[in-house]
Design a protein around this ligand. Structure first.
Ligand SMILES: [Zn+2]
Length: 130
């Protein structure tokens, strides 16, 4: 056998803080880090990247059958923010916020006017809701 011995596969769990629409900070305990592409929990740490004044942990998908590998020769790299669970939790809150907005403002164009959202955020929201 050549190279480093294979590390045993371990699942990665992290705590994550999220601010809810009502302004509460919720700590989500032991979120399982999963690949956003293949949803596998077979992921590893992949160092950190600078983001503003802090550094964020990067994870990399280690699933040999990940769809990402069809057009890349390395596993998908992602942060806790884009990992599967956190992404779906954030989407859940986003939907909640949008549902409230649609109830009170009616149309997306009104929401844009009243909250002066950027065009890129608007097109993101459009994709999420249509
Ligand atoms: Zn993957």
């Amino acid at each position: 056998m050549v190279g480093r011995p294979l590390k045993p596969q371990t699942k990665i769990f992290r705590d994550f803080e999220i601010e809810t629409p009502s302004g509460d900070i919720k700590t989500l305990k032991e979120i399982l880090i999963c690949c956003p592409i293949c949803h596998s929990s077979h992921v590893g740490n992949h160092g950190t990247r600078k983001r503003g004044n802090t550094r964020v942990q990067i994870y990399q998908c280690k699933n040999p059958n990940c769809a990402f590998l069809k057009h890349a020769n390395q596993g998908k790299q992602f942060t806790i923010y884009s990992s599967l669970m956190v992404n779906s939790i954030v989407n859940h809150y986003l939907h909640e916020i949008l549902a409230k907005l649609f109830k009170s403002e009616g149309k997306l164009i009104n929401i844009r006017k009243n909250y002066s959202l950027s065009p890129s955020l608007m097109s993101y929201l459009n994709k999420k809701t249509l």
